[in-house]
Structure formats: structure tokens, C-alpha cells
Design a protein around this ligand. Structure first.
Ligand SMILES: Nc1nc2c(c(=O)[nH]1)N[C@H]1C(S)=C(S)[C@@H](COP(=O)(O)O)O[C@H]1N2
Ligand SMILES: [Mo]
Length: 322
């Protein structure tokens, strides 16, 4: 009896695995085109870890203002049930197509990205457009820690402690005009270091978008750190969006531009595969992906699955928006 594990009611035994997206996989696409050797050579230039370097080191804060945000106070009003994913798991299983189309590539390949200094531009339909240096944000934004579940559309999830600030705090400073209906987030475009961006069949740069009311929701978070230290590059350093009630693709990494618009912007996955990835992207176990069920998810690092919850378990904060 002692060996029998009684699962929590949200857990289910692992009995089905969901295929990852294989659409337009880079290697499959290139196979037979004769360009694979060239493409691989480009991909590896400057990206491979040195033979004895092992894992990328945990990033440390560099400026006084960045140091001052750690440790940030945990706000546990938004914590949902389930175990926290060990950092060794979450930092080695990333989606970051700028650097690799598999999960293991970004933690190595993303290390070439120059993330300091970094500026975030805010523009469009706002009273106070501007360019913020990361240090301005470390000094002025209300930093806190939040433990969120992140549910990828590929039917896996993780739960991690982010350090950052509610996007609303920044939006209140820039003051959207009444004409603003949507917010667009744009990642860098640097194809000579982010060689995944040489994949011409994708609509680079990576972009995402929200309705203004979604962007202003208290859950919508700009993360600058994770596990009590600055974001490693594979997680989207130095600043990334986290929208926990939506599929992971909405949580754009390494953001350079936030633009307020009076229309719904075209976004990366929605443009690449319109039939598979909706702009809204809310986690919903009742709406299957065209190629797999969304009813359950693998909790990475546990060997177990759980039932997927509507709005990823955050319904009491966001259901009124829909
Ligand atoms: N710029 C950029 N942001 C991105 C992605 C990406 O490929 N590029 N992938 C998204 C997807 S599909 C997921 S699941 C999450 C993964 O975040 P993580 O690697 O920090 O866990 O990042 C999202 N943000
Ligand atoms: Mo994802």
C-alpha cells in the first residue's frame, strides 16, 4: 500500500501522449532541398556551447537598480494548484523559434542574444509614447513575484515563479487614447544571431496581441526574472509577456515594442497557421486543437498528466472578459 500513490483530483495518469507540432518542421522541410548542410552550418555558427562550458550559468543582476528588485515579494493571490516545476526542467524545455524549433536548442542557441543594454519602446495610440531603458523599469515599476501555470498549446504545462510587474502599471503611465482597442507586442528581429529567423516561411519578427481590456487585467504580467533571478535568455530575457489564462504562444519573449492600435493586429502563429492558432488563444479543454485534444496536459518534470482547466484555472479573474 505504501507504494500506491493517491493522485489529487486534478491529476490523471499518463496514458496518452500528444504529438508536438510538426508543421513546417525546419529539418523535415529542408530535407531533400539540398540546403540542409548550408542551413545547419549557419545555425551553428557562433551558437554551439563550447565543449566544456556545460549549462549556461544562472544570470545575475548587473545594475544596482536591477539588484534591488530581488528578492521580490510574492503575491500569492493568483497562485493555482499544482507543483512548482524545478528550474532544471523548465530552463531546458523551451519554445523560442528564433533560436531553435526543438525544445533543447534555445538554452544553448539563445545565449548569443545581446540583452544588455535593452530598450522597450511604447508607441501608437497613447498620450505618452516613449522609450524605456530596462533600468527605468527596474526603478519605477512595482516589482513582485507571482507563481503562474503556463499551458502550452502543445498540451504540456509548467508552473514557475516569475518576477516582474503587472502590465497595467506601465499602461497607466503611457495613457492609452480612447481610440486604442488592441495592444501589439513585438520581439527583436536579428536574423544573424537568431538564426531561426532565417526560416523565411515564418512571418518574423514574432508578434503577439491582446485586446486593451485583456492587457489591463491584473493577471497580465511583464516578467524580467524567474526563480528569484533575472530571466535566462531562453526564457525571453530581458523582458517578456506572461498571460497565464491563454496558451503559451501569447506570452511573447524578449519584447522590444509595445504598440497601441485601433485594430486587431496580425500575429505570428495566427498568420503562420490560421486554422490552428486563434488570436484569442484562451486555454479551453472543450475546444480541441485540430490535431489533438486539449482535455489534458503533461506536467513537465513530473511524469504525470492533469486535466486542463478552462482559462487555465484563472477563470475567477478573467471569465468576465468573455
Ligand atoms: N519570441 C518568442 N516568444 C515566444 C515563443 C517564440 O517562439 N518566440 N514561443 C511561445 C510559446 S509557444 C511558449 S509555450 C512560451 C514558452 O515559454 P518558456 O520557454 O519560457 O517556457 O513562449 C512563447 N513566447
Ligand atoms: Mo507554446
Amino acid at each position: 500500500m505504501a507504494n500506491i500513490k493517491i493522485p489529487n483530483d486534478w491529476e490523471v495518469s499518463e496514458n496518452e501522449t500528444t504529438p508536438e507540432s510538426v508543421f513546417m518542421d525546419r529539418r523535415k522541410f529542408l530535407k531533400g532541398t539540398g540546403t540542409i548542410a548550408l542551413f545547419s552550418a549557419i545555425s551553428w555558427a557562433g551558437c554551439a556551447p563550447s565543449a566544456n562550458s556545460g549549462e549556461p550559468a544562472t544570470p545575475v543582476p548587473v545594475s544596482e537598480s536591477e539588484k534591488a528588485i530581488y528578492p521580490a515579494k510574492l503575491d500569492d493571490s493568483y497562485t493555482v494548484d499544482g507543483p512548482i516545476t524545478p528550474e532544471k526542467i523548465s530552463s531546458r524545455y523551451n519554445n523560442f523559434y528564433e533560436f531553435s524549433s526543438d525544445k533543447e536548442g534555445p538554452r544553448y542557441n539563445a545565449q548569443v542574444l545581446k540583452t544588455r543594454p535593452w530598450k522597450l519602446e511604447i508607441k501608437g495610440h497613447v498620450e505618452n509614447p516613449g522609450v524605456y531603458d530596462m533600468d527605468d523599469l527596474y526603478k519605477t515599476m512595482p516589482m513582485e513575484e507571482r507563481i503562474y501555470r503556463l499551458r502550452c498549446v502543445e498540451a504540456w504545462s509548467m508552473m514557475v515563479p516569475w518576477t516582474g510587474f503587472p502590465l497595467k502599471a506601465l499602461i497607466d503611465k503611457v495613457k492609452p487614447k480612447s481610440s486604442a482597442t488592441h495592444v501589439a507586442f513585438t520581439t527583436f528581429y536579428r536574423p544573424f544571431s537568431a538564426t531561426g529567423q532565417l526560416a523565411f516561411w515564418y512571418p518574423w519578427a514574432y508578434t503577439e496581441g491582446l485586446r486593451v481590456e485583456e492587457a489591463m487585467n491584473k493577471l497580465t504580467f511583464m516578467a524580467v526574472g524567474i526563480y528569484g533571478h533575472p530571466l535566462p535568455k531562453q526564457h525571453g530575457a530581458p523582458i517578456r509577456l506572461v498571460v497565464p489564462w491563454k496558451y503559451g504562444y501569447k506570452s511573447a519573449k524578449s519584447i522590444e515594442i509595445i504598440e497601441f492600435l485601433d485594430y486587431q493586429p496580425p500575429t505570428f502563429w495566427t498568420t503562420a497557421q490560421p486554422l490552428e492558432y486563434a488570436f484569442e488563444g484562451n486555454v479551453n479543454p472543450g475546444v480541441p486543437h485540430p490535431r489533438w485534444s486539449q482535455g489534458r496536459e503533461k506536467m513537465i518534470g513530473t511524469g504525470r498528466e492533469r486535466l486542463t482547466q478552462i482559462h487555465n484555472g484563472y477563470g475567477r479573474h478573467v471569465a468576465h472578459l468573455y
